[in-house]
Design a protein around this ligand. Structure first.
Ligand SMILES: Cc1cc2nc3c(=O)[nH]c(=O)nc-3n(C[C@H](O)[C@H](O)[C@H](O)COP(=O)(O)O)c2cc1C
Length: 184
């Protein structure tokens, strides 16, 4: 069992985070959750908040004394799902003024997997440049861009096509990863 951090920001798409939490726990991993203030509000607004009750731990975004703020903590990686353009900008520029951004900063400096799932449309140049910076620093940018080639029939199946990529970038083998071999 590994420990992962799941950061949830105020971008639309809390269901992506809820399904990521569900799959990580199904695979036997422990998940420490960090909501930004807007992350919690949007998850409530989108009717997803109840799904986060199973988290192993919920960390206060303002508590920079939490262990994941330090490189000596033993987390295996982190996903920021969905990632707002505001938090993306902070992460890309090292503005570690809350626990979510600090934990992401720690993942980058310790060379642990950091998976960022930006959600915005359309992107402006600043968003794209921030994604470039994060990618160059070692993060994986996984677009909230579901695939249709497995012919999903529910929103959960559609969302899981993105979650499969998140798990894959966290170096977790999982059977929801779809490849062309399975659909041909
Ligand atoms: C219903 C709702 C949906 C939003 N969706 C997005 C979004 O998809 N992407 C984004 O970057 N911001 C979105 N926002 C705006 C962010 O919540 C806002 O920029 C906030 O300051 C982000 O803060 P955070 O990064 O600390 O969570 C949304 C706001 C609301 C109220």
């Amino acid at each position: 069992m590994s420990r992962f951090i799941l950061g949830v920001t105020g971008a639309s798409g809390a269901i992506y985070a809820a399904r990521t939490l569900w799959h990580l726990q199904r695979l036997g991993h422990s998940v420490s959750l960090i909501f930004t203030e807007m992350g919690k509000s949007v998850a409530e607004f989108e009717g997803q908040i109840e799904k986060f009750k199973s988290a192993n731990c919920v960390l206060d975004v303002h508590n920079l004394f939490a262990d994941c703020a330090s490189g000596s903590s033993d987390f295996s990686g982190m996903a920021v799902v969905p990632c707002s353009m505001g938090t993306l900008g902070k992460m890309a520029n090292g503005i570690a003024d809350n626990l979510l951004v600090r934990a992401a900063d720690v993942c980058l400096k310790e060379r642990r997997p950091l998976v960022v799932v930006p959600r915005e449309m359309p992107f402006n140049l600043i968003h794209l440049q921030n994604m470039e910076k994060l990618s160059l620093a070692g993060a994986s940018i996984v677009a909230a861009s579901p695939s249709f080639y497995r012919k999903p029939t529910t929103i959960e199946e559609l969302v899981d096509s993105v979650v499969a990529k998140i798990l894959s970038q966290l170096h977790l083998p999982n059977e929801i990863v779809s490849d062309w071999e399975k659909v041909r």
